[in-house]
Design a protein around this ligand. Structure first.
Ligand SMILES: [Zn+2]
Length: 308
């Protein structure tokens, strides 16, 4: 078994205003780096379109309907100050949902050792009924609920190392002890949530990092807060909200990780997945806005997933 890589050209057709950091070129940079011969063994799969029922695992019907109704025939429509939609955004977002669920199916059915989904728009800022922070549907939350509903997973751990706090994922699972949400992120920074004392029903573990933190501080947060929480929780599936905007080159934050830090964290989570979840691990792209930093970080992350 190998690592599955989900991708689809529809994700390039979700358009954002000129100068917006969350742009199609991000996925082109990932495609380019993963075209290198070192990644030839990747199992490349065109992402399937998701279904509304999957979205409803994490969002109410009125929210799904509101997003669909907001899609313009031409041009762009703003949903909030920094979140917009274009004519193909519905297909792009639903394909991200479809790929996240398919990747979960793969690891439960033994079709892949693990999987990485390259999709946009990202998901972790999308709350139950609020689109924000470039996000429409919370792919990680939907994937977790899909694992529980379809594959009988009792406990799912979502680890979010995007440099921004995943307020949406925290919101969706705030009172749900069957999902552990662990996040490392810069604080203070958008969206403002993610303090250590935000703990839900004991299932939320926030490990905020001060601006200018480096890889040592990130690894310390992982080892002192994230990994012990996973060990105590014993998940049946590990989902990574894999944002790469904590890279030192990223323009949206001031954390100074290098590619090897993402490779290291990937390995630690693979170790936990092996120990508790028969290796089941699904990684979903979130942020990452410097094209070179993003490409190098994804290469390190996916390369580590492939090494097993
Ligand atoms: Zn981010």
């Amino acid at each position: 078994m190998t690592t599955r890589y989900y991708h689809h050209p529809i994700h390039l057709e979700h358009l954002t205003p000129p100068g917006h950091p969350e742009r199609p070129d991000r996925l082109k940079a990932i495609e380019k780096v993963l075209a290198h011969e070192a990644f030839a063994p990747l199992d490349r799969v065109e992402s399937p379109m998701g279904v509304g029922e999957a979205v409803l695992l994490a969002h109410p019907r009125h929210y799904l309907d509101r997003i669909e109704a907001a899609i313009p025939q031409t041009g762009m429509a703003r949903i909030d100050a920094d979140t917009s939609v274009s004519p193909k955004s519905w297909q792009a977002a639903m394909t991200g949902v479809g790929a996240a669920c398919a990747a979960v199916d793969d690891v439960f059915l033994g079709r892949a050792a693990n999987a990485f989904v390259s999709a946009r728009p990202p998901g972790h800022h999308a709350e139950k009924a609020t689109a924000m922070g470039f996000c429409l549907f919370n792919n990680a939350a939907i994937a977790a609920r899909h694992a529980q509903k379809v594959h009988g997973a009792a406990r799912v751990a979502i680890v979010d190392w995007d440099v921004h706090h995943g307020n949406g994922t925290q919101d969706i699972f705030w009172t749900d002890p069957s999902v552990l949400y662990c996040s490392t992120h810069q604080m203070p920074l958008y969206p403002g949530t993610g303090a250590k004392d935000e703990t839900g029903v004991g299932n939320i573990v926030n490990a905020p990092l001060a601006p200018d933190s480096d890889g040592d501080m990130f690894r310390d947060a992982f080892e002192s807060r994230v990994l012990p929480a996973i060990d105590a929780f014993r998940p049946d599936l590990v989902i990574i909200s894999a944002g790469f905007d904590a890279h030192h080159r990223d323009p949206l934050a001031e954390i100074n990780l290098v590619e090897d830090d993402f490779s290291w964290a990937t390995g630690k989570l693979m170790d936990r997945a092996d120990r508790f979840a028969s290796g089941r691990l699904v990684s979903l792209l979130e942020g990452g806005y410097d094209l070179q930093g993003l490409a190098l970080s994804v290469a390190a992350h996916v390369g580590r997933l492939m090494r097993g």
